[in-house]
Ligand binder design. Sequence first.
Ligand code: PMP
Length: 397
Amino acid sequence: MFEHMEKYAGDPIFRLNEAFHRDAHPQKVNLTVGLYYDNEGHIPVLSSVKTAEQRRAVEPAPRPYLPMEGLASYRDAVQKLVFGPDYPALRDKRIATIQSVGGTGALKVGADFLHLAYPDSEIWISDPAWDNHHSIFQGAGVRTHTYSYYDPETRSLRFDQMMSELQALPRKSFVLLHACCHNPTGVDPSPEQWLQLIPVLAQRELIAFVDMAYQGFGTGLDEDAFAVRAMADAGLTFVVANSFSKNLSFYGERCGGLSVMCASAEEADGVLGQLKAAVRRNYSSPPAHGGQITSDVLNDADLHAAWLREVAEMRRRIAFVRKEAHGQLKTKLPGYDSSYFVKQHGMFTYTGLSSQQLQILREKHGVYIIESGRISVPGLNTRNIGYFTDAMADVLG
Ligand code: PMP
């Protein structure tokens, strides 16, 4: 019955990750998948999470279904984290927020919702993109296009071109924007550029879908939400997906949030109903354990304070590794401009290495980087960074 079906090629990033694990190279370095590793090469269990779990384990509770929209305390905490604790729209109840199944689940429910609201609208996604953005929106029945974003020549944003392309979009088009730490390039608009871009969204009546998968990994939890908060200040109606996969090191627990900023409490109430309907059709209700722990960490004053310190520590380590890579490459490859390591933000850096250079890195040195040349920076640590920069010097020298 199903023999006619095309074979799923799998995700190229996961395929390369598997090849890494099969490789017997003694000094191999994995820079493929977007996971934060600590300096020991481990995915951290945050102490704030550990304490919350220990507290909950003392008296194991029954596991009923959560409501379709998730835990109320979780949803409140998401709003405070994304928009800022004192934001007036929170008090005015103008934001419809649900607990989602990771950032991906937020994107899918948000895509279903937008497609229902504007069935003829299409979405524009950055070039290059996190590939799943195209797949998720296409899966929701939304046609996808790209807008200019990254200039490989200058290793920076094609801001003017991006602006003029957005200005030419049909009204009520959807625009996918990364709040911070753009995946895959690490290049973000500056606050000044966001303030130029937001009026274009307003004038063209474009509907922004902001993806904030790395809040806290760029400049700070509040700083990384600059674009979201500036859009809210400008009175835009827009959608935000946030994720706890990275900043709570909670990947497999599948915790995220989807928020729709509305013009009134009444509108937000109607939107929340449609988000619930989309959840019901997709997976019915979100995970209870991860939701409860996330809520505990965000709502308990001590755990929250500990979490803030832990996010800052992860952010500082990424910045340290970037600086170290830049410094070492400057010495080992004096003619090579490695300043992109420190100019780009967050988990990812776009190296611009060719397919052939990537193959040599992989086959000769056991350094695994995905085909686009994107490095997942936290794969580097004080033990392997010297080896990595030697390997870079070998292929670039
Ligand atoms: N958006 C972007 C840009 C991402 O990089 C990721 C994670 N790789 C996600 C969304 C999805 O996040 P999650 O793992 O929480 O589903």
